[in-house]
Design a protein around this ligand. Structure first.
Ligand SMILES: Nc1nc2c(ncn2[C@@H]2O[C@H](COP(=O)(O)OP(=O)(O)OP(=O)(O)O)[C@@H](O)[C@H]2O)c(=O)[nH]1
Ligand SMILES: [Mg+2]
Length: 329
């Protein structure tokens, strides 16, 4: 099961209407006072969270959303009507980024939350605003301002009960693949997993969802690598499994490696440190790892942390880990 539901759409707000140049017609007065009205504002494109929606599927079929422009101002002091706003409903948990800059624009958490994703252009002022005591017949009016336009990406944060975190290559995807029907890509190079993958895990009479995330690396909380973008997807998980390969050649000291990931979690979101965490030492089928695994396990146990030793490849140690995971749900 692919975890991420995503879409990209183009939004264009309406342009503002132009201001008008007009003069009052009065008998005996060849040119009356200026009477050109303002242009109307262009329609906004607005996103609104709707608790009745659960997918971004609608956006596969409709990708362009354009609000109407404001009307131009008219003579006789008449303002142009504003263009109507467009309201696009999105499911709770939707995260919106500007595609070009990568900036986070909005996140929708509560039913009814709204955000103007493209602002309608302001209407131009008509010449009635430009008369002064020395210049009573201005032929000047402003044009309307263009409405904002941008491509945005939408992602849906899904609810997983358990999040798998750790450095690239720690064995996260392999674990998920042996305890669920999910088939994430597995390979002996880092960043194999590029988007989160969700699996359903059953243990005894319980079942829960587990999210396999792209590996985290140093600087992740500032946006290095892929991991951080997806940490948002585990904001609501109830427990983290923190996987460590003690023989990871890029992090020879597993305890330092552990601390580094904890620091990244903390800088991303302080509350992450309080979330229940189970430390999992992986790939225990390699005899050359035995000594370091024992040493690392003792260190964490002394610190009163929960540590489990597994081999996903050899299906060892999985049941005790799942039993402990279920306890934390
Ligand atoms: N010997 C052994 N190798 C394993 C085990 N689990 C995973 N591996 C190997 O370790 C490498 C990385 O495994 P993945 O499951 O892709 O690791 P990952 O944490 O998902 O990596 P990224 O997606 O890159 O973050 C692969 O070559 C796996 O075959 C295990 O239990 N024993
Ligand atoms: Mg992976």
């Amino acid at each position: 099961m692919k975890f991420i539901d995503s879409a990209r759409i183009f939004v264009k707000a309406g342009d503002g209407g132009d201001g008008c140049v007009a003069f009052r017609r009065e008998t005996y007065v060849p040119r009356g006072g200026p009477s050109g009205g303002d242009g109307g504002r262009g329609g906004h494109v607005i996103f609104e969270a709707d608790s009745g929606l659960f997918t971004l599927l609608d956006f596969k079929y409709r990708k362009h959303f354009e609000a109407k422009s404001g009307e131009h101002g008219r003579g006789k002091d008449q303002y142009g009507h504003g263009g109507e706003d467009i309201i696009i409903k999105v499911p709770l948990g939707t995260i919106v980024h500007d595609e070009k800059t990568g900036h986070l624009l909005a996140e929708f958490e509560k039913h009814g939350d709204t955000f103007v994703i493209a602002k309608g252009g302001k209407g131009g002022r008509g010449n009635m605003h430009f008369a002064t005591s020395t210049h009573q017949a201005p032929i000047k009016a402003e044009p309307g301002v263009e409405g904002e336009a941008r491509w945005v990406t939408l992602e849906l944060k899904l609810l997983a009960d358990v999040g798998l975190i750790g450095f690239p290559n720690a064995g996260k995807s392999t674990l998920l693949s042996v305890i669920s029907k999910a088939r994430p890509k597995i390979a002996d190079y880092p960043f194999t997993t590029k988007t989160p993958v969700l699996g359903v895990v059953s243990y005894q009479d319980k079942s829960f969802t587990m999210a396999d995330l792209p590996g985290l690396i140093e600087g992740a909380s500032e946006g290095v690598g892929l991991g951080i973008r997806f940490l948002k997807h585990v904001e609501r998980t109830r427990v983290f499994l923190h996987l460590i390969d003690v023989l990871d050649p890029t992090h020879p000291d597993p305890i330092e490696a552990y601390d580094l990931i904890r620091r990244e979690l903390k800088s991303f979101k302080k509350e992450f440190l309080e979330r229940p965490e189970i430390i999992v030492l992986t790939k225990a089928d390699r005899p050359e790892a035995d000594e370091l695994i024992e040493k690392t396990k003792k260190y964490f146990q002394k610190k009163k942390k929960k540590v489990f030793i597994i081999s996903a490849a050899a299906s060892k140690g999985l049941n005790p880990l799942l039993a402990e995971t279920v306890k934390n749900l």
